[in-house]
Write a protein that binds this ligand. Sequence first.
Ligand code: SAH
Length: 262
Amino acid sequence: MKQRPTFPAQLDSTLAKNRPTPLGVPAVAAAPPVRAAVVSMPQGVGMDSSAVRMNMVQKLKAQGVTDPAVLHAMGTIERHRFVDSALVNQAYEDTSLPIGLGQTISKPGVVSRMLELLCHSGKGRLGRVLEIGTGCGYQAAVLSLLASEVYSIERLRGLHDKARENLRHLRLPNVHLLFGDGMEGYAKGAPYAAIIAAAGGEAVPQAWVDQLAVGGRLVTPVVTGSEKSAAQALLVLDKTPQGVRQTLLEAVHFVPLKSGVA
Ligand code: SAH
């Protein structure tokens, strides 16, 4: 029988190179790549995952994503590691996928579109970023390659734990997973250079605007229609010295932003 090609353990080495050194912590020699995760990789994709990701990146480019840092990050993080083994075959398709507890991981097209909007200034790496809705942790991992620090908050304990498990082997020292109600933001990490939400509510919580730095940008889905139709669109909010500027963009479909924890 033809040997199924194994997944390359490239991510660890790529990340080790790009890994920022946390303040005051001496840089340690690159840790040996975690083989266990590769060995336990569910069968089914049956091809080199980096080639499949490059194919996904080509499609993102065709959709109009141009930011090289965003494309690089999307090409680096292994989305198939964040979805259930039964869905691994679909991990690099431009589709949202269930991650449990009624939630979904966003389409790669939407993730990269939002990240490109977030990195609009072209000034290189973002500073501290707040993500509302950690979900399975995929977008937080992509963000870790684009920002100096990522604070990601999730209101569902089950998903917070799942994200922690998913991210463990990546050892990303600049990702901070928090369990709590993201509608309150996370004041301890403020001010943020950027805030990104993966769940849409009726209005942008005031805490997010307050915790955004002047010059910072917030990207979030918002409900635009009546409650019944629950139409959503992407909203870009820029906090300028002159005040807040809001721009409503294309229609999107996200899970609802809910208050409290569960
Ligand atoms: N970025 C995620 C997408 C997760 S879907 C990923 O890559 O997987 C959106 C998530 O937002 C869900 O997990 C949902 O539980 C969470 N969410 C909704 N309202 C929230 C709130 N007020 N605070 C924190 N998380 C919230």
